[in-house]
Design a protein around this ligand. Structure first.
Ligand code: SAM
Length: 305
């Protein structure tokens, strides 16, 4: 079953309404319930699927970001990683800062008002809809992730401004058609949309598959849409690669570092926004921010012509 939730505010903060729509995979037909209880996304069915015996990407990432939504197994895996490569914490935090600067650019300079954020992660500071709706309350955001823990926390991602909308889709990035169909209930794909793929493509084992997923998703978006990608990069820091290789053998879902050329190729056919694909701290750093240094995380933003 796929849970797809949308929270819409009425005229005031207390006039909120959560609509959770249940879809049945087997029939592919929409089922009827439209529940008003936000706890539905936190319900037993979501929790029952959470596996606390193996570390999960979203939860370890949350741990490195300083969050509390993780289990001892995630903490252990996170600590084992930082014992080899403490720089992963900087990579995680720099990624979030890159995402925030991307969204700010998309809203203020590109006029984008629709976002499809796949591989959302657990709610943290500066979630996509928070950054976007602070600048443009009418912005509409669809989040997608396949981790039951992220699903169970989806309510925090659904507090939309009254003018805009947010929705959460429980789906696998390997199934872009399903993602597009569900997202189309909230986003108007005749209008420019930003596709956000932040630290998710490394979870796609085969690079060719990752390329074709990006192509399929961008093909569904009109001219004037944008692609934002950032991912862990290979060829920058051998200690990072050593830590990642050990993590990949630990039983957690592997994450594949990609070369800068491979990350750059995700943007083939698109117009890269300056400064192109760079180590994320170097992407339009803020004047009052930390001095940017090269780390093993590269990303860029590009416009579909
Ligand atoms: C490293 S976290 C990145 C979170 C966030 N995008 C960020 O950059 O801060 C990777 C996220 O991708 C999700 N993920 C991993 N494999 C996935 C898949 N096959 N389909 C959908 N989401 C997936 C994980 O559950 C996790 O939330």
């Amino acid at each position: 079953m796929q849970l797809h939730g949308e929270l819409l505010y009425g005229t005031g903060a207390l006039a909120s309404r959560l609509c959770v729509e249940a879809f049945n995979d087997a029939s592919a037909e929409r089922r009827t319930p439209r529940m008003t209880d936000p706890e539905t996304t936190h319900g037993p069915s979501a929790h029952a699927k959470i596996d606390t015996s193996v570390p999960h990407s979203a939860r370890i990432w949350n741990y490195w970001l300083g969050g509390k939504d993780n289990y001892p197994v995630d903490e252990e895996a996170g600590d084992a990683y930082t014992a080899v490569f403490p720089g992963i914490v900087t990579i995680a935090r720099s990624s979030r800062a890159f995402l925030r600067r991307n969204i700010t650019y998309l809203i203020t300079e590109a006029g984008i008002r629709q976002f499809l954020d796949i591989g959302t992660g657990l709610p943290t500071a500066n979630n996509t809809h928070e950054v976007a709706q602070q600048l443009a309350p009418e912005a509409r955001i669809v989040y997608v992730d396949n981790d039951p823990m992220v699903l169970s926390h989806a309510r925090a991602l659904l507090y939309s401004s009254s003018e805009g909308a947010t929705a959460y889709v429980d789906a696998d990035v390997m199934d872009p058609d399903r993602i597009l169909a569900a997202a189309a209930e909230t986003l108007d794909f005749t209008r420019p949309t930003a596709l956000i793929l932040s630290n998710i493509l490394g979870h796609v084992g085969d690079y060719k598959d990752a390329r074709s997923i990006v192509t399929r998703l961008m093909d569904a978006l009109p001219s004037g849409s944008y692609l934002s990608v950032n991912d862990g990069s290979r060829g920058i820091d051998p200690v990072f690669e050593q830590a990642q290789d050990a993590y990949n053998e630990s039983g957690a879902a592997p994450y594949n570092l990609r070369t800068v050329d491979e990350i750059t190729a995700y943007f083939d056919g698109l117009e890269l926004i300056d400064p192109g694909v760079v180590s994320v701290p170097l992407w339009r750093p803020e004047a009052d921010g930390p001095t940017p240094v090269v780390i093993g995380e590269h990303g860029g933003l590009a416009r579909k012509p």
